[in-house]
Structure formats: structure tokens, C-alpha cells
Write a protein that binds this ligand. Structure first.
Ligand code: UDP
Length: 330
């Protein structure tokens, strides 16, 4: 049984590949390396460079390898970029899913676990957000992922391709042994940006908006450690392998932290002053996103190990200090 990890050279993908390899699974990685890093891929995983929108590429790999299940991360995921260039997101995320499903159908691969997002919910009517709450995205990134969820539901019905959609909230942290971590160019995510400011490699840290209807006026997000998130994918694949029906699960901690609270926690962890200014709101940002994640715990048996945000930031800081330039390949 071979598991194909699409986007396995990216941030969450590479942590999932590492956990799969540790669990003794046979893993192949497909990645176009547009945002991923070859060095991030565990050496035991066989690597194929190519794009999921390229049917020929998928067909070659699936002819060569006996793939029984797919874990799919290969997507763009930056909210502000999606506001500026929505077609880029619909092309790669939604279009890529269509090509992939076509290849899965052709090669009889009937199990897929894929990255969805809290951004499919948009501005929630209530928190914590449950899986069956309305999905009304406020940005094209969320819309491109919601379209993926909708397409795959019909593909399941028509072709019997079973899926688990994992709706991530905010992911942070790095492998605790410091071997792999987060390296985006440009970096847009709050925690790595704060850590760059702590390390002195960034001098213009802004908190985007302090006039939201939240405890301190800044956005509230729900943070999950990347290794806990990786483990949820392995459980989701086991859930499908056991013959369970397609479903969607939130992955979050059920606790919300405001952007200012994250800044404070990062000051505690790093011991640095980390100067920051309040800037204007960032277009497309919902004010509060907190997950109800009891379903993943109950149905998949998911048990996150990192349950406080300082422990999450500590692993990210450990990676950042040992790799100030990330993988150094950009
Ligand atoms: N954020 C910020 N300053 C930054 C980057 C992000 O204030 O330099 C805020 C952003 O507006 C949001 C939160 O941090 O409220 C989390 O944003 P991120 O991009 O990390 O993840 P998202 O919630 O968009 O998936």
C-alpha cells in the first residue's frame, strides 16, 4: 500500500510525510516545488516533481506506483493574495482537484484526504464553528476550497471516490527536533512574521486592525500545532481504509487567541520586546474563527498533544533560530 502525498514538500505536507514515514508507511511525494522545498521531504519518501494540473504527469506516476490513497495538500493558501488574484486560486486549487479526480477515477484510486479550511465558513454566525454551520467564504481562497469540497462530494456519489475534508484553523509550529519547519516566500502568517521581528530580520510588524468586535479589538484565531495536524491526516486515511463514509472535520484547539495575545505569548517565549504597530484591517479577514473540533476527536480519535499556544510558538522559534533563512533555497 502506497500513499501519495501531493504537496508533500510544503509546510504541512512535509510534516505529514515525516509522520507517515515514522509510522512505517510507504510514501511517495508529488510536488511542483513552486512553494515547496525539496529538502523538506523525508529521505525515505520517493519524490516526483510535477504539477497536479498536468494529467500526463499524474498518469505517469500512477502507472509507475501502486497508489492506494492520496493525501492532497497541493494548493495555494494565502488569503490576501487570493483577494488580488482569485483566478490563480480557482485554477490551482479547484481546477487541480478536477484533474486529480479524473486521474483517480482512471487509476481506480478511491481514497483521498485533503486540506480544506476554516475560511470556507467565512464570518461565522456563532463560535465555536461546527462542521454543519453555513459555509459562506469572505475570500477567494475559502471559495476555491469550498468548491473543492462540493466537487468531491459529487465525485464520491458518481465514482465512489471516498474523501475526508479536513478544515484547518490556524496552523503553526515546527517539528520539535528542529529538522523541518515553516518557510514561505513571502511570509504572510502571523506567528512566523512575529518571530522574524523577534529575531531582528523584519522591522515593520503590523497588527492588522484593532476595531473588530473581539476582546481586544484584534482578530481571534484558533491555533493547531503542525504535527498534531499531520497526525490527523494519518488518522483520516485510516478512517477511510476501515471503510467509513466520506465526511468533513474541523481541526482546531477550540480556544481562540487574539493577535495581540499571540504577540504577548511570543514575547514571553522569545524574551524579546518585539515592537509592533497597529495597521489597517487586512481585506478578507473574518473577525473570529474558533473551531468546535470534538467531532475529529470522537470519530477519528484525534488527540492533539500541543494544547497551549506558547508550546506551539516554542517549536516555531526553535526552527526559526536554527534556520533564520528557512531552507535557504530561495
Ligand atoms: N496578521 C497580522 N499581521 C501580519 C500577519 C497577519 O496582524 O503581519 C493577522 C491577520 O490579519 C489575521 C491573523 O494575523 O487576523 C492570522 O493571519 P494569518 O495570515 O496568519 O492566517 P489566516 O487567519 O489568514 O489563515
Amino acid at each position: 500500500m502506497t500513499i501519495a502525498v501531493l504537496g508533500g514538500a510544503g509546510y504541512i505536507g512535509s510534516h505529514t510525510v515525516a509522520q507517515l514515514v515514522k509510522a512505517g508507511e510507504d510514501v511517495i511525494v508529488l510536488d511542483n516545488l513552486i512553494t515547496g522545498h525539496r529538502q523538506a521531504v523525508a529521505s525515505k519518501a520517493r519524490f516526483y516533481q510535477g504539477d497536479i494540473r498536468d494529467y500526463q504527469f499524474l498518469s505517469q506516476v500512477f502507472t509507475q506506483e501502486k497508489v492506494t490513497g492520496i493525501i492532497h495538500f497541493a494548493a495555494f493558501s494565502i488569503v490576501p493574495e487570493s483577494m488580488q488574484d482569485p483566478l490563480k486560486y480557482f485554477d490551482n486549487n479547484t481546477g487541480g482537484m478536477i484533474t486529480l479526480l479524473e486521474a483517480m477515477k482512471q487509476f481506480g484510486i478511491d481514497k483521498i484526504v485533503f486540506s480544506s479550511t476554516a475560511a470556507t465558513y467565512g464570518e461565522p454566525q456563532q463560535v465555536p464553528i461546527h462542521e454543519d454551520d453555513p459555509q459562506i467564504p469572505t475570500n477567494p481562497y475559502g471559495e476555491s476550497k469550498l468548491a473543492m469540497e462540493k466537487i468531491i462530494k459529487w465525485a464520491d456519489q458518481a465514482y465512489g471516490i471516498h474523501f475526508v475534508a479536513l478544515r484547518y484553523f490556524n496552523v503553526a509550529g515546527a517539528m520539535p527536533d528542529g529538522t523541518i519547519g515553516e518557510d514561505h516566500h513571502p511570509e504572510t502568517h502571523l506567528i512566523p512574521i512575529i518571530l522574524q521581528a523577534a529575531a531582528g530580520t523584519r522591522d515593520n510588524l503590523q497588527i492588522f486592525g484593532d476595531d473588530y468586535p473581539t476582546k481586544d479589538g484584534t482578530n481571534v484565531r484558533d491555533y493547531v500545532h503542525v504535527v498534531d495536524l499531520a497526525d490527523a491526516h494519518i488518522l483520516a486515511m485510516q478512517y477511510l481504509q476501515a471503510g467509513n463514509p466520506s465526511d468533513a472535520f474541523n481541526l482546531g484547539s477550540a480556544t481562540g487567541f487574539s493577535n495581540l495575545e499571540i504577540l504577548h505569548a511570543a514575547r514571553q517565549v522569545t524574551g524579546e520586546a518585539i515592537p509592533a504597530k497597529i495597521g489597517p484591517r487586512r481585506p478578507g479577514d473574518p473577525s473570529t474563527l474558533i473551531a468546535a473540533s470534538d467531532k475529529a476527536r470522537k470519530v477519528l480519535g484525534w488527540q492533539p498533544h500541543f494544547d497551549d499556544v506558547e508550546a506551539v510558538i516554542k517549536t516555531a522559534w526553535n526552527w526559526h533560530r536554527s534556520h533564520p533563512e528557512g531552507y535557504g533555497d530561495r
